[in-house]
Design a binder for this molecule. Structure first.
Ligand SMILES: [Zn+2]
Ligand SMILES: [Zn+2]
Length: 743
């Protein structure tokens, strides 16, 4: 006799998500269906809910009255077995609810709209017959309106037609059934590739060596992680393409992750030209229909190279051979909301499961990755130190803004940058001005000596609060803002911040002859806006491009010979232990935008901290030097990569309840600290963003060398909080494992 089986279901609830799966009987008629990975309708209490079938279990509960699944919601499973496995891993590692995780992975399928095959409508008679036909149906004026509209402008979609003729969809459907109208299905052109160019550029010696190394292991079918440390312009994209070629020849598929798709039009073009329609694109700027269509092409095997942002790591590819993560140090790979996964961590897991290769590429690798690749670590370090065509790296000049300040120039542009921009404008060359605006403009810096006020306990910049209160967002240390600089007794200590708009205004005043465009979150809201701005700049319709992080990504402009970094320090003041690392990465990346042309380039870095190692190392192009210095700092404070970090965030409308929840959580953690298990926990302290949408926020940051003990402590604390909060909405807790943002 066959053992009867029950379905394990993760229920989709509106409110608080359940941590565990529930069991349901599988009705007779569904026994043969492919249930695992599908969604089903199930009874829950006295209502109905949907849920994901995540597995089948033997029915060991003969006398327990299990309820039955009501019906199957999908014709085909929405998740593959591999995706379910990834979901389980993410929920476990990141303490995220299984429901939210499954929804995040299946997102393109769950949010499908009608596919992007559009119906275009036409009249089924010649235009001379229009009068005769409309007379026939003159009693239905709405139908007449539709026929008139369609005859005048053939090829409209249903939506356009109904809007233009002011009728409902039913009127159009009636005309279809009467035979007056017909439609053609047209594929919207997400994927049209104009031509495929099989021409591959010749590899440099460095590239060839790296490709050979990676492909050797690809062919051997073993899981292996490579860190490709190549300077900007060293031709990493070509390396990726050659390794993907190798994977495809082995009948394997590839996933390529990029930090921000709209900023990598050059890379997309490159992939499409070389691989044509085998490439599927997946990113958040596509419409739901487009994403669904791409998802289908992948699961049906029509596309086997997936190029996309963070969530493309979940794509339903079969037989995965290689995962490439370009600019692996970028923070956009970490999701800010639950499930707070890092795409690199998921990639490592997925590649491990598939015995696939991972290539992490960067000119400025994250400290975490680099220390795993150095000194015979688990990763293999591959280096490319020269630019393709041997174009020299740009000349970087550091300008001490303290001197400018004391000589009386209090403007945003120091005299060096001013003169350099003027010269470029005279020579008809292009300039990029970069402003690091991430984080806060509420840090305190002395404009005379460059001193930044830091927490004596945590070595983290203090943040300015109202009423002159300076506060550490890790340990909650606070002090009054001094009126004189503790370093040099100057009275020019205060908060400092400059926006792109202010830079734009000053640039317009200083360089009235220049054509200036600005690219930041305010000017790029509309779809395609990035692309248009960059295209204009590429076509030399502007002389100066002013921008934030967005201009730091992998773009090459042959006309740019000067990059000015307005204030290199901004990143140094972010209350985060990674602030020096971010500053180093940004200066290096931005500097890489200059001098891609044969003429060579110049970079001017304005700073109040010219001797800070993040600034000097970036100016000298000295990654190793930076790495050594920064690792010393991390070691001293026991920050990652010397430890693992987890952040607990408490939030809610009721400030008292949030406070007491955080206090209770800290008591549990205190047990671990008192027993000296090597956990450091600081807080609870107000999160830098203390209030978000009426929610009051507190956090506890904890870190430890011993990952197991740390996770155990967090698990106990988390379980306690979830239980004590219950279903109340006045306070809640969320966990961020390996946090990348502390705001
Ligand atoms: Zn000072
Ligand atoms: Zn502190």
């Amino acid at each position: 006799m066959q053992v009867s089986r029950v379905a394990e279901v993760i229920v989709e609830t509106g409110g608080i998500s359940m941590q565990k799966s529930l069991h349901y009987k599988i009705p007779e008629e569904m026994q043969s269906d492919n249930l695992v990975g599908s969604r089903v309708l199930i009874p829950l209490g006295n209502r109905q809910a949907s849920g994901f079938v995540v597995g089948l279990a033997e029915d060991t509960s003969v006398d327990r009255k299990l309820k039955s699944i009501i019906k199957l919601l999908d014709q085909e499973p929405v998740l593959t077995k591999e995706q379910l496995r990834i979901a389980r891993w993410i929920s476990g590692y990141y303490f995220s609810s299984p429901q939210r995780t499954l929804q995040a992975i299946a997102h393109p399928v769950l949010n499908k709209t009608r596919s992007c095959r559009e119906k275009h409508y036409y009249v089924n008679f010649s235009i001379e017959e229009l009068n005769r036909v409309t007379r026939e149906i003159r009693r239905a004026p709405k139908q007449v309106a539709v026929l008139n509209t369609t005859a005048r402008s053939p090829g409209l979609t249903k939506k356009q037609l109904s809007e233009k003729a002011c009728v409902s969809y039913t009127v159009i459907d009636t005309l279809i059934s009467k035979g007056y109208l017909y439609f053609k299905e047209v594929m919207s052109d997400v994927n049209s590739t104009s031509y495929i160019s099989p021409v591959k550029p010749e590899l440099t010696g460095e590239q060839a060596k790296v490709v050979k190394n990676i492909n050797f292991y690809l062919q051997k079918n073993v899981h292996k992680v490579f860190l490709l440390h190549g300077v900007t312009g060293s031709g990493k994209t070509e390396v990726y393409l050659r390794c993907i070629d190798c994977a495809l020849q082995l009948k394997k598929s590839a996933i390529v992750l990029v930090p921000e798709i709209s900023l990598t039009p050059q890379m997309i073009r490159c992939f499409k030209e070389r691989l044509g329609n085998r490439v599927a694109l997946l990113h958040s700027r596509m419409s739901k229909g487009e994403r669904y269509e791409e998802w289908n092409r992948i699961s049906q095997g029509h596309a086997d190279v997936i190029l996309g942002t963070r969530s493309a790591i979940f794509s339903p590819v079969n037989n995965l051979g290689i995962i490439v993560i370009d600019e692996e140090h970028e923070f956009t790979y970490k999701q800010g909301e639950s499930p707070r996964y890092h795409a690199r961590a998921v990639a490592l897991y997925r590649a491990y499961v598939n015995s696939a290769a991972v290539v992490l590429g960067s000119a400025t690798p994250s400290l975490e990755s680099y220390c795993r690749a150095k000194d015979k670590g688990p990763y293999t370090l591959l280096k490319m130190d020269n630019r393709v065509d041997n174009i020299a790296l740009p000349f970087v000049k550091v300008v001490d803004m303290r001197k400018e300040f004391s000589s009386g120039n209090k403007a945003i542009f120091g005299s060096e940058l001013f003169n350099a921009v003027n010269k470029r404008l005279e020579d008809n060359e292009q300039v990029i001005l970069f402003l690091n605006r991430r984080g806060f403009n509420t840090f305190v810096v002395c404009r005379e000596c460059g001193m930044v006020l830091k927490c004596p306990n945590c070595d983290i910049s203090l943040t300015y609060h109202h009423q002159g209160d300076l506060r550490c967002h890790y340990c909650n240390y606070s002090q009054m803002a001094p009126s004189l600089c503790p370093g040099c007794r100057s009275k020019y200590i205060g908060y400092f911040g400059t926006g792109t708009q202010k830079v734009e205004k000053e640039a317009k005043d200083l360089f009235p002859q220049a054509r200036i465009i600005r690219m930041d979150a305010d000017t790029t809201g509309r779809k395609g806006a990035h692309y248009r701005i960059l295209k204009d700049f590429e076509e030399r319709k502007a002389d100066i491009l002013i921008g934030t992080q967005m201009v730091a990504k992998g773009l090459n402009f042959s006309g740019v010979t000067l990059v000015g970094i307005i204030s290199a320090d901004t990143g140094l003041y972010i209350p985060d232990f990674r602030s020096a690392e971010r500053t180093f990465q940004l200066i290096t990346q931005v500097a890489g935008r200059s001098g891609r042309a044969k003429s060579g380039g110049e970079v001017i870095v304005q700073t109040f901290n010219p001797e800070h190692y993040a600034v000097t190392a970036a100016a000298a192009g000295d990654y190793e030097g930076f790495f050594k210095e920064e690792m010393n700092v991390r070691k001293e404070m026991q920050y990652p990569p010397y430890s693992r970090m987890i952040r607990l965030l408490f939030f809610g409308k009721d400030e008292n309840k949030v406070n007491s929840l955080a206090e209770a959580a800290f008591k549990i953690l205190q047990g671990y600290i008192n027993e000296d298990k090597g956990i450091i926990a600081v807080g609870p302290s107000p999160a830098p963003l203390t209030r978000v949408r009426g929610n009051y926020r507190l956090h506890i940051v904890l870190w430890s060398k011993d990952e197991e003990i740390l996770r155990d402590a967090v698990k106990k604390t988390y379980d306690y909080c979830v239980k004590s909060v219950g279903t109340g909405k006045n306070a809640g807790i969320s966990v961020d494992v390996d946090p990348y943002s502390m705001i």
